[in-house]
Design a protein around this ligand. Sequence first.
Ligand code: RTP
Length: 155
Amino acid sequence: QGVPGTKNERTFIAIKPDGTARGLIGEIIHRFERKGYKLVAIKILHPTKEQAEAHYADLSSKPFFNGLVKFFSSGAIVAMVWEGKGVIKGGRSLVGATDPAQSLPGSIRGDLCVEVGRNIVHGSDGPESAQHEIKLWFKENEFAEWNSIQPVYEN
Ligand code: RTP
């Protein structure tokens, strides 16, 4: 389970506090679901400052780090693990470029936001960060085993 490069590849996606506050939970989940990815874990929670710091630890030297942590812990997030062929890259592509001024129409950020500091959704940027972030937010017993029909050719 969760092996990059297979149909069981997994990524961590979070709807940030601005996304939940703006009522965009369904809209964002809808896009991942329609693409053909499989939801294997989900929860809504209000992150602590410590959880936000741990999630964004890589960015601790950035000038915007404190503001980012404050914002990420300012309200509810929806934490999710999505599974499917190419889901790490494909998920980033559904999410769109970091700065909504650059993200293309058709992507979540391109369609739904305008500010880099309020870009409504997070997606893991590679296999290592996906594995790290999934472990950070979910325990083993929080994953569902279930069958979905995935549009993957097996030949
Ligand atoms: P994320 O981790 O949230 O999915 O975003 P990302 O990979 O596309 O971008 P990253 O470089 O990891 O930055 C994380 C988040 O920090 C905020 N940010 N603010 N004020 C700024 O210049 C600035 N730059 C980045 C964004 O909310 C970004 O998503």
